[in-house]
Write a protein that binds this ligand. Structure first.
Ligand code: ATP
Length: 247
């Protein structure tokens, strides 16, 4: 297949579990600096799509090109190194560490194998932690143990732990589940700010939040695309209302 200008090009992607095609000949394309939201009923294949992109699940057939690099042949850690970050539904932060420490341990390991310039790196790490903490609304919580944070703050911290690795594509599975209204608004703000130099794919069920963030919405149904486009169009699409929004 030819090279594309898209950040992510998914083509003919299929995964079959014991003959059941959870994702079935799926193709979609994500632009640079785009927020793409994937919606659809339970079991539509949304989480499986993210699992395929990050290499947690191997495709049966099809292609996933990220900056024209084929991801289906790579291992999970190679996909992370290529610049793809993934946040799962349940936070995987270290409860007994502070916010600072959680961010610090997520800072990507330097290329200097011998630890040269370590003291300069420390400064760089501190600066970067500070910068990320500000972006995720936690700069006044740096010395707080993570288990004392609110549910929403924990979600932000985990986003911060991915952001500190500076991924070009960030994938979030229901990031605002369980958040208060004001936390949801701040999360939308956060996403709009971080796409200055990356793209984001979000799985979401909260339609108000989808409206606030999505540049484009992809509606999945039975492992295939039912509809795709801006939210204003998706909202009024009779097929989407029938299988999802109307419920
Ligand atoms: N490892 C697996 N083995 C067998 N079946 C699987 C596996 N992973 C997912 N499935 C099936 O694939 C289908 C799609 O699941 P998936 O979790 O991707 O849906 P979803 O759209 O994310 O749903 P939800 O909104 O409920 O999270 C489901 O029928 C699920 O049972």
């Amino acid at each position: 297949m030819s090279d594309t200008d898209f950040l992510l090009a998914v083509e003919g992607l299929t995964v079959s579990f014991d003959g059941f095609k959870a994702v079935n000949d799926l193709s979609f394309y994500v632009d640079e600096r785009e927020i793409r939201v994937i919606i659809g009923p339970n079991g539509a294949g949304k989480t499986t799509v993210l699992d395929l992109i990050c290499g947690k699940t191997k495709a049966t057939s099809g292609s996933i090109k990220f900056r024209n690099k084929e991801l289906t042949k790579l291992r999970e850690n190679q996909i992370v190194e290529a610049g793809v970050g993934r946040k799962f539904q349940t936070p995987s932060i270290y409860d007994d560490l502070t916010v600072f420490e959680n961010l610090e341990i997520s800072y990507p390991r330097g290329r200097s194998v011998f630890g040269a310039l370590a003291f300069r790196r420390d400064d760089a790490v501190r600066e970067r932690v500070q910068e990320i903490a500000e972006a995720i609304f936690l700069s006044d919580q740096l010395q707080r143990r993570a288990d004392f944070l609110s549910h929403g703050q924990k979600q932000w911290l985990e986003i911060g732990m991915l952001l500190i690795q500076d991924p070009d594509l960030l994938m979030l599975d229901e990031p605002v589940a369980g958040m208060s209204v004001s936390e949801r608004i701040k999360t939308a703000e956060l996403l709009h700010r971080i796409i200055k130099d990356r793209s984001v794919i979000v799985i979401e069920h909260d339609m108000k939040f989808v409206e606030d963030i999505a540049h484009k919405v992809t509606v999945l149904h039975q492992g295939q695309i039912l509809a795709e486009g801006p939210m204003e169009k998706i909202k009024t699409d009779p097929r989407v209302i029938e299988v999802y929004l109307g419920h």
